[in-house]
Design a protein around this ligand. Structure first.
Ligand SMILES: Nc1ncnc2c1ncn2[C@@H]1O[C@H](COP(=O)(O)OP(=O)(O)OP(=O)(O)O)[C@@H](O)[C@H]1O
Length: 270
């Protein structure tokens, strides 16, 4: 387990450009063990690209990225990844336990764990995300929320120190959004994980998020939700009027150039 507060992810003066377009630049961000950082911003602001940089799939244009103090070259087993929700079809002959097993040793050739021990590890992972009951059902027969729990178990299988979640709440109803957020919270506490969580709607996360990284038009702000999710801060970030409305414990962001349609009051993608 990581030492408390250890820096698990460090971006220093990081920039990413595609052609003439700068997604973000001069980004400094340290994520510590046990910390949940939400990545917010409108469509195309570079949230998924940031995760790809950390996964070693896309190279920074400038600056550096380190996971557990090491440069990211071609990925790391210490990084768990929950991809965007894509529903499995009924025809896919893969059970939940097979998916989780792939997370355990799918990247290795040859003899893995003895089958009894492997089964126990997979069962423990499934139990940790409360999905033991669905372990032997085909993925395509599981609900969106149940499939997402399987993906979470798969992401945790490599015993990561950093968990990257790319919009895992998309197309989930409120109850399942809550389940996924609780799982993230449980996992970061039990495993002392640093978490980077891309989402269009920060509301389901408000109870567990420590800081937010808000991307807009090539610029960004980092801070606690109270520091960043404010009308004056977002108006300055977007360079056009933005209002953050708080109602019944929820935040709604209204306005802001490329944020058109980006409304934290929506449940999921606008
Ligand atoms: N390999 C690439 N080459 C060129 N452009 C790219 C590449 N990857 C991403 N882009 C562009 O970079 C921009 C940011 O993409 P990204 O997927 O990171 O955005 P996002 O913030 O996750 O958006 P969304 O909320 O819509 O998922 C998009 O305009 C996309 O077309």
């Amino acid at each position: 387990m990581s030492a408390p507060g250890e820096v698990v992810l460090s971006l220093a003066d990081a920039g990413l450009r595609f052609g003439q377009r700068t997604l973000w630049d001069h980004l400094d961000l340290d994520v510590r063990a046990g910390e949940v950082v939400a990545v917010l911003g409108g469509n195309g602001t570079g949230k998924s690209s940031l995760l790809k940089v950390i996964l070693g799939q896309v190279r920074l244009t400038s600056g550096s990225v380190r996971v557990l103090g090491r440069p990211v070259d071609g990925g790391s087993r210490r990084v768990g990844y929950v991809p965007q929700q894509t529903l499995a079809t009924d025809a896919l002959p893969l059970r939940g336990r097979d998916l989780v097993g792939l997370g355990l040793d799918g990247d290795r050739w040859g003899i893995g764990l003895p089958s009894r021990r492997r089964r126990r590890v997979v069962d423990d992972l499934l139990a940790s995300v409360h999905a033991g009951g669905e372990a032997d059902r085909r993925l395509g027969l599981l609900s969106g929320g149940e499939q997402q729990r399987m993906r979470m178990a798969q992401a945790l299988a490599g015993d990561p120190r950093l968990l990257l979640c790319d919009e895992p709440l998309l197309s989930l109803d409120l109850a399942h959004q809550r389940v996924v957020c609780e799982l993230v919270d449980e996992s970061r506490r039990a495993r002392d994980l640093g978490v980077l969580f891309v989402t269009h709607d920060v509301n389901p996360l408000l109870g567990i998020v420590d800081r937010v990284l808000y991307l807009a038009g090539g610029r960004f702000r980092v801070g606690t939700p109270d520091e960043v999710l404010r009308s004056d801060v977002l108006t300055d970030l977007y360079g056009s009027p933005v209002e953050v409305v708080r109602a019944q414990g929820r935040l709604v962001v209204v306005g802001g150039g490329d944020a058109a349609g980006h409304d934290h009051g929506d449940e999921g993608r606008p």
